[in-house]
Design a protein around this ligand. Sequence first.
Ligand SMILES: NC(=O)c1ccc[n+]([C@@H]2O[C@H](COP(=O)([O-])OP(=O)(O)OC[C@H]3O[C@@H](n4cnc5c(N)ncnc54)[C@H](OP(=O)(O)O)[C@@H]3O)[C@@H](O)[C@H]2O)c1
Length: 302
Amino acid sequence: MTRARLEGRVLVTGAAGMLGSQLLLSAPRGVEALGTDLVAAPAGSPPVAKPGVDLAARAEVEALFDVLAPLAGVIHGAAYTAVDKAEEDELRALRVNGEAPRVVAEACVRRGIPLVHVSTDFVFDGEKQTPYGERDATRPLSAYGRTKLAGEQRVSQAHPAAAIVRTQWLYGPRGKHFPGTILALAASKPELKVVNDQVGAPTSTLELAPVLWDVLAARASGLYHAACEGRASWFDFARATLELCAKTTPIRPCTTAEFPRPARRPAFSVLDCTRLTALRGRSLKPWREALRDFLAAERLLA
Ligand SMILES: NC(=O)c1ccc[n+]([C@@H]2O[C@H](COP(=O)([O-])OP(=O)(O)OC[C@H]3O[C@@H](n4cnc5c(N)ncnc54)[C@H](OP(=O)(O)O)[C@@H]3O)[C@@H](O)[C@H]2O)c1
């Protein structure tokens, strides 16, 4: 890809979160990235310029856009991400994952602002056995997936030129992440059992954040899938984490049925990222390499 240059002010929503904070830290030169979130940034995270804004509230969003004037673009990462809790809180999840994207998209359209909206592999049912392309039929299994799909639909209706980037199995610096959970369990339990019948691609925010900046810079529109290369089960992901950190706690595969959770997850949700690779001229790193880089950056690598 001939790298398009992005300049000016960009609004990052969900900026106190895992992905949003990484977006603030990885903004390209020439971009002034300003964040908003419901809450202020936790200690150790980049500051959120405008905390306390509820993005599902139209008047708050209009006032935010008037004050910040993020004319170079918006990357909308804010979401209700508590997948299990959403099962009994679907209306609230829909307000955040369905309504807020519409409000943000409409605010962008009124001002001619490009938008990149972040979505999820949970829009799929996981019954395919080959990677999911952007044109594959959606059929969410959970309340979270349904509300995120509603967000996609409302964004593309309100802002047809917006890019919608589906990603999966995110982990990254700051906040709670899967490798950290596994390392904590390995330190406190004699043996670990990890689910081996859900397959996806662990994706580091260190890899994904620059991709979202590229998508915005390219003024891409429509659906894109974005995940690290390769595929893994949660067991593979956990075992790789332990190996890379030289932890010797025994680890055994188990089934989803042994660890029932309120929300159903797709059994297979590897994303076909060909369209994104064509846009950028390269794919994201293989997941194991990206995991190694993350562990090194966190000083956890053996
Ligand atoms: N994590 C994954 O594995 C994964 C996988 C696929 C796609 N995604 C998508 O990637 C994006 C980023 O996810 P993440 O893991 O970085 O999530 P995260 O850490 O939970 O960050 C999302 C942020 O959005 C904020 N937010 C919630 N409701 C809001 C509202 N009404 N107005 C303004 N801000 C609001 C949250 O605040 P509170 O914490 O106070 O609610 C949180 O700080 C989301 O769109 C998510 O759906 C994530």
